[in-house]
Design a protein around this ligand. Sequence first.
Ligand SMILES: NC(=O)c1ccc[n+]([C@@H]2O[C@H](COP(=O)([O-])OP(=O)(O)OC[C@H]3O[C@@H](n4cnc5c(N)ncnc54)[C@H](O)[C@@H]3O)[C@@H](O)[C@H]2O)c1
Length: 250
Amino acid sequence: MNISLVGQTALVTGATQGIGRAIALALAAAGARVWINHLHQPEAAGALVAEIEAAGGSAVALAADVAVAEQVAAMFEQIVAAGSLDILVNNAGIILEKAFIDTDEEDWARVLGVDLGGVYRCCRHALRHMQEQGSGSIVNIASELGLLGRERYAAYCTAKAGVIGLTKSLAREFAPAIRINGVAPGPVDTPMVSVDCMSAEMIARETAIPAGRLGRPEEIAAAVLFLVSPQASFFHGQMLGANGGAWMGS
Ligand SMILES: NC(=O)c1ccc[n+]([C@@H]2O[C@H](COP(=O)([O-])OP(=O)(O)OC[C@H]3O[C@@H](n4cnc5c(N)ncnc54)[C@H](O)[C@@H]3O)[C@@H](O)[C@H]2O)c1
């Protein structure tokens, strides 16, 4: 499938590593100009911009914490001042492995604030702009865990289930001019799936799926690229399950 995003501008949140980085590279390779949002990672963001430019693409780095309303507002002010925004990919996320009883108010607010609040904030700003523009496409990165649930991941699973509900609600509210979809990845080989973020037991469990392996960030980026493309023009409110068979529900 030959996908062209030439002439379009995209924002990818949390784009300096893992899945976000692969998404930014895929969108840029398809011809989109890409805003690379990052949180305190100016060097990685700069390196990614340089990599995209070296390949003939166009990108700009932009710092903002998606959990902070003022920073998100400032980020969108800068984007809109520079021109149109056609594509938003809400990718930024954090994970927390903790027994539910030990998950305190602060943990809950932090995970929900980034993983669901960040999507809410960015969607609100983008949708105001896209509504005026009369077009646009948004892809929210949820997780198979938002569908399955998992012990010791209640805050993360709740946030990702919220992302799925938000995606479907917004898809109905803003159709047909704006298409809003999501990807609910299975386990993917990124810094998030490492002993820094997860117990060794959970990492081992991640590969006990029909695919028998972790996914690659590029496999998630391919699903995102399709959803934002003109070829996905009949997709509204869908969650693509690039998950190695971890979840086979509808
Ligand atoms: N890796 C997996 O197995 C997997 C599975 C399902 C879903 N996901 C989701 O995919 C997305 C990307 O995950 P990943 O695996 O690449 O993880 P990652 O940890 O490698 O990357 C996450 C990125 O988000 C950024 N980020 C975190 N908090 C932020 C904030 N407040 N503001 C702006 N940026 C912030 C980080 O700096 C980082 O660049 C996340 O939403 C994650 O929940 C990952």
